[in-house]
Write a protein that binds this ligand. Structure first.
Ligand code: ASP
Length: 323
Protein backbone atom coordinates (compact mmCIF):
# COMPACT_ATOMS: atom_id res chain seq x y z
CA UNK A 1 0.00 0.00 0.00
CA UNK A 2 2.82 2.33 1.01
CA UNK A 3 4.59 1.53 -2.27
CA UNK A 4 1.45 2.26 -4.27
CA UNK A 5 1.10 5.59 -2.53
CA UNK A 6 4.72 6.48 -3.30
CA UNK A 7 4.22 5.68 -6.99
CA UNK A 8 1.03 7.75 -7.03
CA UNK A 9 2.85 10.72 -5.47
CA UNK A 10 5.70 10.44 -7.98
CA UNK A 11 3.31 10.28 -10.94
CA UNK A 12 1.31 13.25 -9.63
CA UNK A 13 4.40 15.41 -9.17
CA UNK A 14 5.68 14.48 -12.62
CA UNK A 15 2.33 15.47 -14.07
CA UNK A 16 2.30 18.70 -12.06
CA UNK A 17 5.80 19.53 -13.41
CA UNK A 18 4.76 18.99 -17.01
CA UNK A 19 1.52 20.90 -16.44
CA UNK A 20 3.33 23.91 -14.99
CA UNK A 21 6.04 24.11 -17.69
CA UNK A 22 6.70 26.77 -18.81
CA UNK A 23 5.88 29.09 -15.95
CA UNK A 24 8.32 31.82 -17.07
CA UNK A 25 9.97 32.96 -20.33
CA UNK A 26 12.02 30.42 -22.28
CA UNK A 27 15.32 31.61 -23.76
CA UNK A 28 16.61 30.19 -27.03
CA UNK A 29 20.33 30.86 -27.39
CA UNK A 30 21.43 31.51 -30.98
CA UNK A 31 25.19 31.00 -31.20
CA UNK A 32 25.55 33.47 -34.09
CA UNK A 33 24.97 37.20 -34.59
CA UNK A 34 21.51 38.67 -35.04
CA UNK A 35 20.26 39.08 -38.59
CA UNK A 36 21.81 35.86 -39.94
CA UNK A 37 20.17 32.60 -41.01
CA UNK A 38 20.31 30.80 -37.64
CA UNK A 39 18.92 33.88 -35.94
CA UNK A 40 16.16 34.03 -38.50
CA UNK A 41 15.12 30.40 -37.99
CA UNK A 42 15.19 30.91 -34.22
CA UNK A 43 13.00 34.01 -34.36
CA UNK A 44 10.43 32.37 -36.66
CA UNK A 45 10.50 29.17 -34.61
CA UNK A 46 10.18 31.17 -31.38
CA UNK A 47 6.97 32.69 -32.70
CA UNK A 48 5.63 29.29 -33.73
CA UNK A 49 6.51 27.78 -30.35
CA UNK A 50 4.60 30.40 -28.38
CA UNK A 51 1.15 28.90 -28.84
CA UNK A 52 2.05 25.25 -28.10
CA UNK A 53 3.98 26.47 -25.04
CA UNK A 54 0.80 27.99 -23.61
CA UNK A 55 1.58 31.52 -24.79
CA UNK A 56 4.98 31.65 -23.05
CA UNK A 57 7.34 34.47 -23.92
CA UNK A 58 10.25 33.17 -26.01
CA UNK A 59 13.42 35.24 -25.76
CA UNK A 60 16.08 34.95 -28.46
CA UNK A 61 19.57 35.57 -27.07
CA UNK A 62 22.48 35.91 -29.50
CA UNK A 63 25.67 34.54 -27.94
CA UNK A 64 27.92 34.75 -30.98
CA UNK A 65 31.56 33.95 -31.67
CA UNK A 66 34.03 31.16 -32.41
CA UNK A 67 31.85 29.46 -35.01
CA UNK A 68 29.01 28.84 -32.50
CA UNK A 69 31.13 27.16 -29.83
CA UNK A 70 30.70 30.01 -27.29
CA UNK A 71 26.90 29.99 -27.34
CA UNK A 72 26.78 26.20 -27.48
CA UNK A 73 29.02 26.01 -24.41
CA UNK A 74 26.82 28.48 -22.56
CA UNK A 75 23.80 26.20 -22.99
CA UNK A 76 25.81 23.08 -22.09
CA UNK A 77 26.56 24.74 -18.74
CA UNK A 78 23.09 26.31 -18.17
CA UNK A 79 20.62 25.11 -15.54
CA UNK A 80 18.92 21.98 -16.89
CA UNK A 81 15.37 23.19 -16.34
CA UNK A 82 14.08 23.71 -19.88
CA UNK A 83 14.29 27.50 -19.70
CA UNK A 84 17.57 27.80 -21.63
CA UNK A 85 17.65 26.08 -25.01
CA UNK A 86 20.05 26.07 -27.94
CA UNK A 87 19.23 26.34 -31.60
CA UNK A 88 22.26 25.31 -33.61
CA UNK A 89 22.99 23.81 -36.99
CA UNK A 90 25.29 21.32 -38.69
CA UNK A 91 28.11 22.92 -36.66
CA UNK A 92 27.10 20.53 -33.87
CA UNK A 93 28.51 17.75 -36.02
CA UNK A 94 31.48 19.54 -37.59
CA UNK A 95 32.90 21.30 -34.52
CA UNK A 96 34.31 18.06 -33.06
CA UNK A 97 36.48 17.61 -36.19
CA UNK A 98 37.38 21.28 -36.55
CA UNK A 99 38.46 22.05 -32.99
CA UNK A 100 41.35 20.32 -31.23
CA UNK A 101 39.50 20.75 -27.93
CA UNK A 102 35.96 21.83 -27.16
CA UNK A 103 34.68 22.78 -23.69
CA UNK A 104 31.58 20.59 -24.18
CA UNK A 105 30.69 17.21 -25.63
CA UNK A 106 28.14 17.38 -28.42
CA UNK A 107 26.90 13.85 -27.87
CA UNK A 108 26.66 13.75 -24.07
CA UNK A 109 26.16 17.30 -22.76
CA UNK A 110 22.74 17.90 -24.32
CA UNK A 111 19.21 16.59 -24.36
CA UNK A 112 18.25 16.43 -28.02
CA UNK A 113 14.79 17.91 -28.55
CA UNK A 114 14.42 17.31 -32.29
CA UNK A 115 15.41 18.60 -35.68
CA UNK A 116 13.88 21.71 -37.22
CA UNK A 117 14.77 22.02 -40.93
CA UNK A 118 17.06 21.23 -43.84
CA UNK A 119 18.54 24.27 -45.59
CA UNK A 120 20.47 24.38 -48.88
CA UNK A 121 23.62 26.44 -49.19
CA UNK A 122 24.36 28.88 -51.96
CA UNK A 123 27.62 30.23 -53.31
CA UNK A 124 27.27 34.00 -53.62
CA UNK A 125 29.46 36.95 -54.55
CA UNK A 126 29.62 40.72 -54.13
CA UNK A 127 27.49 42.64 -56.65
CA UNK A 128 30.55 44.33 -58.19
CA UNK A 129 32.31 41.05 -58.97
CA UNK A 130 32.71 40.94 -62.77
CA UNK A 131 31.76 37.23 -63.03
CA UNK A 132 28.04 36.93 -63.71
CA UNK A 133 27.70 33.13 -63.60
CA UNK A 134 29.58 30.10 -62.28
CA UNK A 135 31.64 29.56 -65.45
CA UNK A 136 32.80 33.17 -65.40
CA UNK A 137 33.49 32.84 -61.69
CA UNK A 138 35.91 29.94 -62.21
CA UNK A 139 37.82 32.05 -64.75
CA UNK A 140 37.87 35.03 -62.38
CA UNK A 141 39.09 32.82 -59.50
CA UNK A 142 41.92 31.50 -61.66
CA UNK A 143 42.96 35.05 -62.57
CA UNK A 144 42.82 36.36 -59.01
CA UNK A 145 44.64 33.69 -56.98
CA UNK A 146 46.06 35.12 -53.77
CA UNK A 147 43.66 38.06 -53.80
CA UNK A 148 40.31 36.40 -53.07
CA UNK A 149 38.43 37.03 -49.81
CA UNK A 150 35.87 34.56 -48.54
CA UNK A 151 33.61 35.54 -45.64
CA UNK A 152 32.40 33.08 -43.02
CA UNK A 153 30.99 32.85 -39.51
CA UNK A 154 34.12 31.34 -37.95
CA UNK A 155 35.64 27.89 -37.56
CA UNK A 156 32.78 25.43 -37.14
CA UNK A 157 30.16 27.51 -38.93
CA UNK A 158 28.27 26.13 -41.90
CA UNK A 159 29.73 28.87 -44.08
CA UNK A 160 33.18 27.74 -42.95
CA UNK A 161 32.47 24.11 -43.84
CA UNK A 162 31.08 24.99 -47.26
CA UNK A 163 33.93 27.44 -47.99
CA UNK A 164 36.49 24.86 -46.92
CA UNK A 165 35.05 22.26 -49.30
CA UNK A 166 34.84 24.83 -52.09
CA UNK A 167 38.51 25.87 -51.74
CA UNK A 168 39.51 22.22 -51.61
CA UNK A 169 37.46 21.35 -54.73
CA UNK A 170 38.85 24.37 -56.63
CA UNK A 171 42.37 23.81 -55.23
CA UNK A 172 42.57 27.54 -54.57
CA UNK A 173 43.54 29.10 -51.25
CA UNK A 174 41.38 32.06 -50.29
CA UNK A 175 41.76 34.51 -47.43
CA UNK A 176 38.93 33.74 -45.05
CA UNK A 177 37.36 36.62 -43.18
CA UNK A 178 35.56 35.41 -40.03
CA UNK A 179 32.49 37.21 -38.66
CA UNK A 180 30.27 36.50 -35.66
CA UNK A 181 27.58 35.36 -38.05
CA UNK A 182 26.75 35.58 -41.72
CA UNK A 183 24.28 38.39 -40.98
CA UNK A 184 27.13 40.92 -40.57
CA UNK A 185 29.13 39.12 -43.29
CA UNK A 186 26.24 39.66 -45.70
CA UNK A 187 26.36 43.42 -45.05
CA UNK A 188 30.03 43.43 -46.05
CA UNK A 189 29.40 41.22 -49.08
CA UNK A 190 26.70 43.58 -50.33
CA UNK A 191 29.08 46.49 -49.69
CA UNK A 192 31.87 44.79 -51.65
CA UNK A 193 34.29 44.46 -48.70
CA UNK A 194 34.51 40.70 -49.24
CA UNK A 195 34.33 38.78 -52.54
CA UNK A 196 32.53 35.55 -51.84
CA UNK A 197 30.56 33.61 -49.29
CA UNK A 198 28.88 30.26 -49.03
CA UNK A 199 25.70 30.67 -46.99
CA UNK A 200 22.27 29.31 -46.32
CA UNK A 201 19.49 30.13 -48.75
CA UNK A 202 17.54 31.61 -45.83
CA UNK A 203 20.09 34.45 -45.80
CA UNK A 204 20.78 34.76 -49.51
CA UNK A 205 17.61 34.18 -51.54
CA UNK A 206 16.08 37.60 -50.93
CA UNK A 207 19.42 39.34 -51.60
CA UNK A 208 19.88 37.38 -54.85
CA UNK A 209 16.34 38.24 -55.89
CA UNK A 210 16.93 41.93 -55.09
CA UNK A 211 20.21 41.79 -57.10
CA UNK A 212 22.13 42.96 -54.03
CA UNK A 213 24.51 40.02 -54.47
CA UNK A 214 25.20 37.52 -57.26
CA UNK A 215 24.14 33.89 -56.84
CA UNK A 216 26.52 31.40 -58.53
CA UNK A 217 25.40 27.93 -57.50
CA UNK A 218 23.54 25.79 -54.99
CA UNK A 219 25.17 23.00 -53.00
CA UNK A 220 22.32 20.50 -53.19
CA UNK A 221 22.28 17.38 -55.40
CA UNK A 222 19.38 18.77 -57.44
CA UNK A 223 18.46 22.29 -58.52
CA UNK A 224 16.00 24.07 -56.23
CA UNK A 225 12.47 25.12 -57.08
CA UNK A 226 12.40 28.26 -54.90
CA UNK A 227 11.73 31.13 -57.38
CA UNK A 228 14.81 33.15 -56.33
CA UNK A 229 17.14 30.16 -56.71
CA UNK A 230 15.67 28.05 -59.49
CA UNK A 231 18.07 29.30 -62.17
CA UNK A 232 21.22 28.52 -60.21
CA UNK A 233 23.19 25.42 -61.26
CA UNK A 234 24.27 22.85 -58.70
CA UNK A 235 27.99 22.68 -57.95
CA UNK A 236 27.84 19.03 -59.01
CA UNK A 237 26.54 19.82 -62.50
CA UNK A 238 29.22 22.54 -62.66
CA UNK A 239 31.91 19.88 -62.44
CA UNK A 240 32.40 19.48 -58.68
CA UNK A 241 31.61 15.81 -58.37
CA UNK A 242 30.16 14.82 -55.01
CA UNK A 243 29.88 18.39 -53.72
CA UNK A 244 26.76 18.26 -51.61
CA UNK A 245 26.17 20.21 -48.39
CA UNK A 246 22.80 20.59 -46.74
CA UNK A 247 22.57 22.46 -43.48
CA UNK A 248 20.12 21.48 -40.77
CA UNK A 249 19.05 23.03 -37.50
CA UNK A 250 18.19 21.27 -34.26
CA UNK A 251 16.93 22.25 -30.81
CA UNK A 252 18.75 21.23 -27.62
CA UNK A 253 18.48 21.54 -23.82
CA UNK A 254 21.26 21.05 -21.27
CA UNK A 255 21.88 17.44 -20.19
CA UNK A 256 19.80 16.54 -17.16
CA UNK A 257 16.69 18.52 -18.12
CA UNK A 258 13.78 16.51 -16.64
CA UNK A 259 12.19 14.02 -19.05
CA UNK A 260 8.70 15.49 -18.66
CA UNK A 261 10.05 18.93 -19.63
CA UNK A 262 11.95 17.63 -22.68
CA UNK A 263 8.79 15.72 -23.69
CA UNK A 264 6.74 18.93 -23.39
CA UNK A 265 9.34 20.79 -25.47
CA UNK A 266 9.37 18.08 -28.14
CA UNK A 267 5.56 18.13 -28.34
CA UNK A 268 5.68 21.92 -28.72
CA UNK A 269 8.38 21.63 -31.40
CA UNK A 270 6.29 19.15 -33.39
CA UNK A 271 3.32 21.54 -33.23
CA UNK A 272 5.49 24.49 -34.28
CA UNK A 273 6.82 22.56 -37.30
CA UNK A 274 3.23 22.10 -38.47
CA UNK A 275 2.38 25.79 -38.06
CA UNK A 276 1.42 26.85 -41.64
CA UNK A 277 2.89 30.31 -41.15
CA UNK A 278 6.28 28.88 -40.10
CA UNK A 279 6.27 26.35 -42.95
CA UNK A 280 5.41 29.07 -45.48
CA UNK A 281 8.18 31.39 -44.28
CA UNK A 282 10.76 28.60 -44.38
CA UNK A 283 9.78 27.39 -47.84
CA UNK A 284 9.87 30.90 -49.27
CA UNK A 285 13.55 31.03 -48.27
CA UNK A 286 14.39 27.61 -49.69
CA UNK A 287 14.36 25.70 -46.39
CA UNK A 288 12.38 22.52 -45.77
CA UNK A 289 10.75 21.96 -42.41
CA UNK A 290 11.42 18.48 -41.03
CA UNK A 291 8.46 16.13 -41.40
CA UNK A 292 10.27 12.83 -40.90
CA UNK A 293 11.38 10.89 -37.83
CA UNK A 294 14.32 13.22 -37.17
CA UNK A 295 11.90 15.34 -35.16
CA UNK A 296 12.04 12.55 -32.55
CA UNK A 297 14.87 13.23 -30.05
CA UNK A 298 16.41 9.74 -30.37
CA UNK A 299 16.32 9.89 -34.18
CA UNK A 300 17.82 13.38 -34.21
CA UNK A 301 20.60 12.18 -31.93
CA UNK A 302 21.28 9.23 -34.24
CA UNK A 303 21.30 11.59 -37.21
CA UNK A 304 23.83 13.93 -35.54
CA UNK A 305 26.06 10.95 -34.67
CA UNK A 306 25.96 9.88 -38.33
CA UNK A 307 26.78 13.45 -39.42
CA UNK A 308 29.78 13.52 -37.04
CA UNK A 309 31.00 10.25 -38.58
CA UNK A 310 30.39 11.58 -42.11
CA UNK A 311 32.02 15.00 -41.82
CA UNK A 312 35.10 14.08 -39.74
CA UNK A 313 37.04 12.41 -42.58
CA UNK A 314 35.84 14.94 -45.19
CA UNK A 315 37.06 17.85 -43.05
CA UNK A 316 40.38 16.12 -42.40
CA UNK A 317 40.85 15.50 -46.14
CA UNK A 318 40.10 19.17 -46.93
CA UNK A 319 42.19 20.19 -43.90
CA UNK A 320 44.92 22.11 -45.67
CA UNK A 321 42.31 24.76 -46.47
CA UNK A 322 41.19 25.08 -42.82
CA UNK A 323 42.48 28.11 -40.95
N1 ASP B 1 24.60 30.05 -40.54
C1 ASP B 1 25.74 30.84 -40.51
C2 ASP B 1 26.95 29.98 -40.71
O1 ASP B 1 27.02 28.91 -40.18
C3 ASP B 1 25.92 31.63 -39.28
C4 ASP B 1 24.75 32.45 -38.94
O2 ASP B 1 23.66 31.90 -38.80
O3 ASP B 1 24.93 33.64 -38.81
O4 ASP B 1 27.82 30.41 -41.35
Amino acid sequence: MKKLLAVAVAVTSLFAHAQSFPSKPVTIVVPFAAGGPTDRVARDLGEALRKPLNGATIIIENVAGAGSSIGTNKVAKAAPDGYTLLLNHIGMSTMPALYRTLPFKVESDFEYLGMVNDVPMTLVGRPTLPAKNFTELTTWLGQNKGKINLGNAGLGAASHLCGLLFQSAMKIDMTTVPYKGTGPAMTDLMGGQIDLMCDQSTNTSQQIEGKKITGYAVTTAKRLTTPALKDLPTLQESGMKGFEVTIWHGLYAPKGTPADVTAALNTALKAALKDPEFVKKQEALGALVVTDRRVEPAEHKKFVAAEIAKWGPIIKAAGEYAD
